[in-house]
Ligand binder design. Structure first.
Ligand code: ADP
Ligand code: XUL
Length: 535
């Protein structure tokens, strides 16, 4: 056997990516993308959401996702892919977004034909014309309703793995029911973006799995099944409208005839239950062992950590989701990430080379100079009225300022990931700023463990393809080993480890303690000076 092809599809906020991956050689084949704004301008979503006069509202038309799915297969074929050889497909999609289907939908999805565009055939199956997506923050009142009904912050976190958040699906469903009860009555099924698209692939309504279902505030995080009280607190008659939750390795069917005839798939191509982009990225990044961490230094800094058991964050800063390998992982998002590093860099008229030189020329601990890097509203910790704080640091001292912002960001990650368990065994660093070795060194020193550079792009689509391979091998009774499947063909992991400098350990232990105390004081000060800060 020379190749074993799987197809990963990632429907993200701004577009779709499709990627073929050969599990036998662990190599990529064709990778194609489609951008909603540029390639499907008729839907009027330049960045993946419909412009709305209310900045808190972010919706997208589900027909745009359907059209994107249909067209991405044509793009794959145009790029030379032979879709007959694909053994299985899995979908990854933006989390939290929901699709509302009427009682016609099930039959119409089952009857999809190859001779007309999907979006045209599915016209009229939606009981809600547009789908709220993860960027929608218009449901604060419903978050409060659900939180109150379940007995407060801690109770919601304990029950569902996360506090209520505006973008989570439960509060969004509740808002729909409250604002348009007649349309709710017409809703026969509520799907997540991933399960809606998977339904189109198999020609019937697809289930969910514990990775994406955990992003709804509706799943009992320990039982991985619907949480009765959360359902009741959200909307009437909700359970019968929701899909089942199945294990993450479930094969949910074979491709529907429209895919065989229209796009040339084999009728034996299997489809694996889909998941959210974050659980999928976990696999794409190779984060498969308990107690490892991945840090993505992108627009914001996102921390993923596998948990050795189901543990929740009493402060509610980290979400707990089911992991595709079984068990759980947590995700925390620090808003002051790359844009904040850029802000400090620009303040001193530097490019990245000079910023890196500044990090190299300053000592660990910065002679005691520290800052709290809150230029923009922050998620962890929650800050609506931000401002940076400085201690023993003159922000006009360019090199010291550069080191202070990076040290502060890493200290914040360390302080706010304490609840996740002991020190991680290792970190996989990804995202734009992770290519900077000086930033990786500070990460290794502050967090006290080796840092491996994981320069993976399209990690969510790659994770989907790897999940498909794992599920098929397992179903076929073959060796299905996550470690083997996620090890890149060239072992970049061993080549690029940055080790923590043991001489800085005590220094950063002390700084982390000081940072945590100072952060509490600063939050209290912000709260005193801006009474609206209370959340
Ligand atoms: P996104 O979250 O949009 O996917 P990326 O992961 O592509 O973002 O990261 C982009 C960011 O990477 C840029 O905003 C920039 O600040 C940062 N970046 C790029 N090169 C460097 C570098 N050499 N050192 C530090 N940061 C960098
Ligand atoms: C996670 C979240 C986003 C979306 C879109 O909670 O809201 O990461 O999954 O990428």
């Amino acid at each position: 056997m020379n190749s074993e092809w799987y197809l990963g599809l990632d429907s993200s906020t701004q577009g779709v990516t499709a990627l073929l991956w050969d599990a036998h050689r662990r190599r990529l084949g064709q990778v194609v993308g489609l951008h909603y704004g540029r390639d499907l301008p008729e839907y009027g979503c330049p960045h993946g959401a419909l412009p709305d006069p209310d900045p808190a509202v972010a919706h997208a038309p589900p027909g745009m996702w359907t059209d994107g799915l249909d067209r991405i297969f044509s793009r794959l074929r145009a790029a030379g892919a032979d879709l007959r050889t694909v053994r299985a497909i899995a979908v990854s999609a933006q989390q939290h977004g929901s699709v509302y289907l009427n009682s016609e939908a099930e039959r119409r999805i089952a009857e999809l034909r190859p001779d007309a565009p999907l979006a045209v055939q599915l016209d009229g199956i939606f009981s809600r014309a547009t789908s709220p997506i993860w960027m929608d923050v218009s449901t604060s009142e419903e978050c409060e309703d659900i939180r109150r009904a379940l007995g407060g912050d801690r109770a919601v976190i304990q029950a569902t793995g996360s506090n209520t958040f505006e973008r989570f699906t439960g509060p969004q469903i509740r808002a729909f029911w409250k604002r348009d009860p007649a349309a709710w009555e017409r809703t026969a099924h509520v799907a997540l973006v991933n399960s809606f698209l998977t339904s189109l692939l198999i020609g019937r309504l697809a289930p969910l799995e514990p990775g994406d279902a955990a992003g709804m505030n509706l799943m009992d995080i320990r039982a991985c099944d619907w949480h009765e009280a959360a359902l009741r607190a959200t909307a009437p008659d909700l359970r019968r409208r929701l899909p089942a939750i199945v294990p993450s390795d479930t094969i949910v069917g074979k491709v529907a005839p429209w895919l065989v005839i229209r796009h040339g798939f084999s009728p034996d191509t299997r489809v694996v239950v889909g998941t959210g982009d974050n659980p999928s990225s976990l696999v794409g990044l190779g984060l498969i062992e308990p107690d490892w961490m991945a840090i993505s230094l992108g627009t914001s800094d996102t921390v993923f950590r596998l948990l050795s058991e189901c543990r929740t964050d009493s402060r509610g800063e980290g979400h707990v989701f089911g992991a595709p390998m079984g068990g759980y992982f947590t995700l925390s998002c620090f808003q002051n990430g790359s844009l904040t590093r850029e802000r400090v860099r620009n303040q001193h008229h530097m490019d990245w080379d000079r910023f890196t030189e500044a990090l190299r020329s300053t000592p660990p601990g910065n002679h005691g100079g520290m800052m709290l890097p809150w230029f923009s509203p922050e998620i962890v910790p929650r800050i609506r009225y931000p401002r940076p704080f400085y201690r023993r640091l003159d922000p006009s001292d360019a090199p010291a300022h550069c080191r202070a912002v990076v040290e502060a960001q890493m200290l914040a990650i360390r302080v706010h990931s304490q609840w996740m368990g002991g020190q991680p065994l290792g970190i996989r660093a990804t995202g734009g700023a992770s290519k900077n070795p000086e930033i990786r060194q500070i990460m290794a020193d502050v967090l006290g463990c080796p840092v491996y550079h994981a320069p993976v792009s399209n990690s969510a689509a790659l994770g989907a393809a790897i999940r498909a391979a794992h599920a098929v091998r397992q179903a076929d009774g073959r060796a299905a080993d996550w470690a083997e499947l996620t090890t890149p063909a060239s072992d970049e992991k061993a080549l690029s480890a940055i080790l923590p400098n043991s001489s800085t350990r005590l220094l950063y232990d002390r700084m982390a303690e000081e940072y945590a105390v100072w952060e509490r004081e600063a939050l209290a000060e912000i709260e005193r000076s801006s009474p609206l800060q209370k959340t």
